[in-house]
Ligand binder design. Structure first.
Ligand code: ZN
Ligand code: ZN
Length: 153
């Protein structure tokens, strides 16, 4: 990610920590950085392991509470895909998309379909309601038998 974008995100986090009187520890910034380097979705545990693998001395508790703070200031989004642990993803410089979740191999696929924007506009109009965000998850099975059937359980 470009330094400019990186600084923009850091500034948002910084301002939020100040506003809430939360401590500005290097660990928190490191977690933010890792999350924005990460492609796709992650759960708290896998982010913790990812940081430990990079020899970053963070505790599980710090990862948990930093993710909570990042959620509060909307730097990340939270998803609940089926029975899995909550999954997260960065929200800035990550365009709006929806998800297909395979209930067999648990793969999460992102897609964008501009027609959804059209549906949103039409609903706002008829319902006299201003929509700020939405979540759309389709559950089913990926038809990529090669990869999907391997993890059949
Ligand atoms: Zn996503
Ligand atoms: Zn699958």
């Amino acid at each position: 990610m470009k330094t400019e974008k990186k600084n923009q995100i850091k500034d948002i986090f910084d301002a939020y920590l100040s506003k809430k009187n939360y401590r500005k520890t290097p660990e928190r910034y490191a977690i933010l950085d890792e999350i924005y380097k990460f492609k796709g979705h992650f759960d708290v545990e896998s982010m913790y392991i990812n940081m430990r693998n990079k020899k970053y001395p963070v505790s599980r508790a710090t990862v948990y509470n930093t993710i909570e703070i990042l959620l509060e200031c909307q730097l990340i989004r939270k998803h609940q895909f089926g029975k899995n642990h909550a999954q997260y993803e960065k929200s800035f410089f990550n365009r709006q998309h929806d998800h297909l979740i395979c209930t067999n191999c648990e793969k999460v696929i992102e897609f964008c379909d501009p027609r959804i924007q059209g549906i949103k506009d039409a609903i706002e109009d008829t319902m006299k309601f201003k929509i700020n965000r939405h979540a759309l998850n389709f559950y089913g099975q990926c038809l990529d038998e090669e990869n999907c059937s391997k993890k059949n359980y």
